[in-house]
Design a protein around this ligand. Structure first.
Ligand code: MN
Length: 499
């Protein structure tokens, strides 16, 4: 499901003809070496493609427009090796529509003290040229990423790699289509939003279908297909019968297998990459989709419960941003449930009714069946597990009526102290930065939801950069957050983002 498109990033070096052909030949040679080193580093998730040096208004405009229309180009990396008069960039930049990285580097690491002369100075003056170039962005009020550092340094290369994932998120955002198979949970506010504005801002298509249309696809799944998938489940997961009848347990699991296959066929046929369900509107489905949705999320589909299309789209987006990542720890839909307020052990227990993505699981995954205690269906089969430890990011996209706000919280995932044998759902447990009290106070002041799109594999910087490219407000709750400053930030933003 998470089909990795072979995106590329163009490397465009700026210069001018003031210093002669020899200098320009050096500029081209140097930028080619940088591109080769970046590609050989293993620190970039996507390939960098070298482009001929940009020295005129015409060529800059032509190249940036080619980048706009090239479907494999997810962004442009620019660097002013020499002085490149920035007026030459105005028309090209005004027409450019993709993510742009201003890589502020220099070919040589050290000043060659013994040999440096004016020829060297003229040729190697990114400190000069990149400032001229940066100025025109600021004057145009254009969003761009600036990364400064030496091109051979792994930490600098990793920053570029991290930005590439954000850029792909920006490009892919407009390919996200969310299928809603029920409306919003009655009377719930935070999961609502302006779907037209979401399409304008993020490119998301959000459509609703009567639940029984997708239920018919589930009913059409053959017994043979269901049996084969149930076999796969029984091979892959531990079965926690817990005194339940073996045959009935398997029949309930088979219902989820039918839902997984039927839903996936429906989503594929109609080209949706995210799905929203609602426990209160299940039509002829025999169970709330639990295990089935968990498996679809694992395959890369976005999901959120109770009609929450914003979070479902964000989960899909974040899965795209992490695709192909080595040693990825997982990305999921989550819901804040209950606190531990014991001093020194503070945190929030995370789950959803059933639907936590198995990519975040730590260790074994089991299938369990329990009553839902909501709704009127069979006891649904679900995957249960605990989640990995370590730093992660939890995000909530909310609609404030006049604008969207992305709330981004750095969190530290931990193990709970003891097993929770009676809790029949997959869980995570985290302490928000800077601590539970300030983190939760700030989250509530910002209007953050109880639903989050969560990932171990993305950073607040990446999510904030994505929001900036989308032209929406982002607020960070992290180690530096204080309530006084945060409240002021919300106030200032309410003015800055006013339409
Ligand atoms: Mn919920």
């Amino acid at each position: 499901m998470l089909r990795s498109k072979t995106y590329q990033f163009w490397f465009c070096t700026g210069s001018q003809d003031l210093y002669g052909d020899v200098c320009l030949a050096h500029v081209a040679e140097h930028s080619q070496k940088i591109v080769e080193a970046l590609n050989a580093s293993g620190n970039l998730p996507y390939e960098v493609v070298w482009k001929p040096t940009l020295i005129t208004n015409e060529l800059i405009r032509k190249t940036l427009n080619e980048a706009n229309t090239d479907e494999t180009c997810a962004g442009v990396i620019t660097w002013m090796h020499t002085f490149s008069p920035a007026k030459s960039w105005i028309l090209g930049l005004q027409e450019y529509r993709k993510p742009l990285l201003h890589f502020h580097t220099q070919f040589n690491r050290e000043i060659p003290y013994d040999t440096i002369d004016m020829d060297f100075m003229n040729e190697n003056q990114a400190a000069h040229g990149d400032r001229e170039y940066g100025h025109i962005f600021s004057r145009l009020g254009m969003e761009r990423k600036v990364i400064m550092g030496y091109w051979e340094d792994a930490d600098v290369q990793k920053k570029i790699g991290s930005w590439m994932r954000t850029a792909v998120g920006v490009i892919e955002s407009s390919h996200i289509r969310v299928m809603r198979i029920a409306d919003n949970m009655r009377n719930v506010a935070v999961t609502e939003g302006d779907k037209v504005e979401a399409q304008i801002k993020f490119g998301w298509e959000i459509d609703a279908y009567p639940v029984n249309e997708i239920a018919a696809e589930v009913e059409a799944v053959s017994k043979g297909d269901i049996d084969a998938l149930v076999e796969e489940y029984y091979d892959k997961y531990e079965i926690l019968l817990e005194g339940r009848d073996e045959k009935e347990f398997r029949e309930h699991v088979a219902v989820q297998a039918g839902i997984e296959i039927g839903f996936e066929r429906f989503l594929e046929a109609k080209n949706y990459q995210a799905i929203v369900t609602h426990f209160g509107d299940l039509g002829s489905l025999k169970q709330l989709p639990g295990l089935a949705i968990q498996r679809l999320m694992e395959k890369g589909y976005g999901f959120a419960g109770e009609g929450d299309w914003k979070t479902a789209a964000m989960v899909r987006l974040m899965k795209i941003m992490t695709q192909g990542m080595k040693d990825a720890k997982g990305t999921s839909f989550m819901e804040d449930y209950t606190y531990n307020l014991v001093p020194g052990k503070e945190g929030i227990l995370q789950a959803h009714m059933l639907e936590v993505c198995p990519t975040v699981a730590d260790g074994k995954i089991s299938i369990k069946e329990q009553p839902l205690s909501m709704g009127d269906r069979e006891d649904p089969a679900r995957l249960v597990f605990t989640s990995k430890t370590g730093p992660a990011v939890a995000t909530s996209l909310i609609d404030l009526g006049d604008r969207f706000r992305l709330i981004i919280n750095d969190v530290d995932c931990k193990k709970v102290e003891k097993p929770m044998p009676k809790l029949p759902v997959a869980t995570a447990f985290w302490t928000p930065q800077p601590n539970l009290q300030t983190g939760a106070e700030a989250w509530i002041l910002a209007g953050g939801a109880h639903h989050t799109a969560f990932s171990y594999d993305l950073t607040s910087e990446q999510m904030g950069d994505w929001a900036a490219c989308m032209g929406i407000e982002a607020v960070y709750i992290d180690k530096d957050t204080t309530i006084r400053r945060f409240k002021n930030e919300l106030l200032w933003n309410s003015v800055a983002y006013r339409k």
